[in-house]
Write a protein that binds this ligand. Structure first.
Ligand code: ZN
Length: 195
C-alpha cells in the first residue's frame, strides 16, 4: 500500500491519533514516504492522519527543501506545553488545497516528543518552527487550522470548503473513497496492528 494525502472533509482528519509504542522498519518506511509526499506537494509539514494513518507522529521541514536536512524533523507522540506570546501568520494545509488564512498561534512553545531514532527530545521553539509544530500537533488531535479561524474568516472560505465537501461526497458515491463506516473499520484495524 502506498500512502496518499487525504482531503477535507475526510473523517480520518477528525480522528484523534493513537500514540506510537515502538519505532520499527514499517514506521521508518512511512516516515520517508511521508517526507517524499510532503516535498512533492511543496508542503512544510505532514501529519500521519493526513495519509490515513491513525498514529501520533508527523514529519516537517521548515525550509520545505529536501536538500536542507537539518531543517527536517520527525516528531513522535508530541506533547506541547508552556506556550508564550501570540503571533499571527498565514497558514495553508495539504489536506485543504488552495485555502489560506492568517491563524493566531503561540509565538514560543515547549515540545516533548521522540525522534526518528526513538530518542526523547525536549526543546523550546519559536517562529515558523513553532507554528508548524502547533499546526501538525493539532492534526493529530483531529483539529484543522480552519477550526481556529474567526466567524468572518470562516464565512470568506465557506464556498471553497463547500466545493471540497461536494467533491468528497461524489468520490464516496462513485466508490473512489470508501464509506465512513469502512474508513472507521480500516482505522480500527490499523490501530490494533500497532498496540
Ligand atoms: Zn495541515
Amino acid at each position: 500500500m502506498s500512502l496518499e494525502i487525504i482531503y477535507y472533509p475526510h473523517p480520518t482528519l477528525r480522528h484523534p491519533s493513537r500514540p506510537i509504542m515502538r519505532v520499527d522498519a514499517q514506521l521508518r518506511r512511512w516516515f520517508s514516504e511521508m517526507l517524499e509526499l510532503m516535498y512533492e506537494n511543496k508542503g512544510v509539514g505532514l501529519a500521519a492522519n493526513q495519509v490515513d494513518l491513525p498514529y501520533r507522529f508527523f514529519v516537517m521541514n521548515t525550509e520545505g527543501d529536501p536538500d536542507i536536512k537539518e531543517a527536517e524533523h520527525v516528531f513522535i507522540n508530541p506533547v506541547l506545553s508552556g506556550g508564550k506570546g501570540t503571533a499571527e501568520g498565514e497558514e495553508g494545509c495539504l489536506s485543504i488545497p488552495d485555502i489560506y488564512a492568517p491563524v493566531i498561534r503561540n509565538e514560543r512553545i515547549k515540545v516533548q516528543a521522540y525522534n526518528i531514532r526513538g530518542e526523547e527530545i525536549c526543546t523550546e521553539i519559536d517562529g515558523l518552527f513553532a507554528r508548524i509544530v502547533q499546526h501538525e500537533t493539532d492534526h493529530l488531535d483531529g483539529t484543522l487550522f480552519i477550526d481556529r479561524l474567526s466567524p468572518t474568516q470562516m464565512a470568506d472560505i465557506r464556498p471553497q470548503l463547500e466545493e471540497l465537501e461536494d467533491v468528497f461526497e461524489n468520490q464516496q458515491k462513485t466508490g473512489a473513497i470508501p464509506s465512513n463506516d469502512m474508513i472507521a473499520t480500516q482505522l480500527a484495524e490499523l490501530e490494533s496492528m500497532r498496540t
